[in-house]
Design a protein around this ligand. Structure first.
Ligand SMILES: [Fe+2]
Ligand SMILES: [Fe+2]
Length: 151
């Protein structure tokens, strides 16, 4: 268990140092966002975009998501970390976040505010606000969190 966690952290460091992003796949995934939202997600750096795309693709492939909410969760995959574009943590706080799970930037709350200001649905803003809430009773959100935490 410890080994698995360590292996994952090392993988995360590698993604951070050598990010890879398929531009074409990113363009396709974000093609349906409104111009304002598209501009907002474009503020992400390449490492963050690669993470968003991995989560997006995992949800796209996951047949256990009900069709009625799939679109919402695909959108969530692209916008859930939008709060990170407003306040970036320096390396020290990133390490604190990775090991102690405490985010000084509160990117979930920031992100929800950005979306509300852009006129996005309350449903989407609520999910962004709660995307790290471990006590969620929402099964679809719990599935989303699994991908978010491992991809
Ligand atoms: Fe997040
Ligand atoms: Fe994320």
């Amino acid at each position: 268990m410890m080994f698995k966690a360590l292996k994952y952290r090392l993988w995360q460091v590698k993604q951070e140092l050598k990010p890879r992003l398929c531009e074409k796949a990113w363009e396709n995934a974000t093609a349906n966002l409104s111009p304002e939202l598209k501009a907002a997600v474009e503020k992400h750096n390449i490492t963050e975009k690669a993470h968003l795309l991995r989560v997006y693709e995992a949800i796209a492939k996951d047949s256990t998501f009900e069709e009625s909410c799939k679109g919402l969760y695909l959108k969530l995959a692209l916008v859930h970390d939008i709060g990170k574009t407003e306040m970036r943590l320096c390396l020290f706080f990133k390490v604190v976040k990775a090991f102690f799970n405490y985010d000084f930037a509160k990117h979930d709350i920031r992100g929800a505010k950005i979306l509300r200001d852009l006129g996005c649905s309350e449903e989407l803003a609520f999910l962004v606000e709660n995307h790290h809430n471990k006590n969620t009773k929402n099964e679809a959100l719990a599935k989303f969190q699994y991908y978010d935490n491992t991809l």
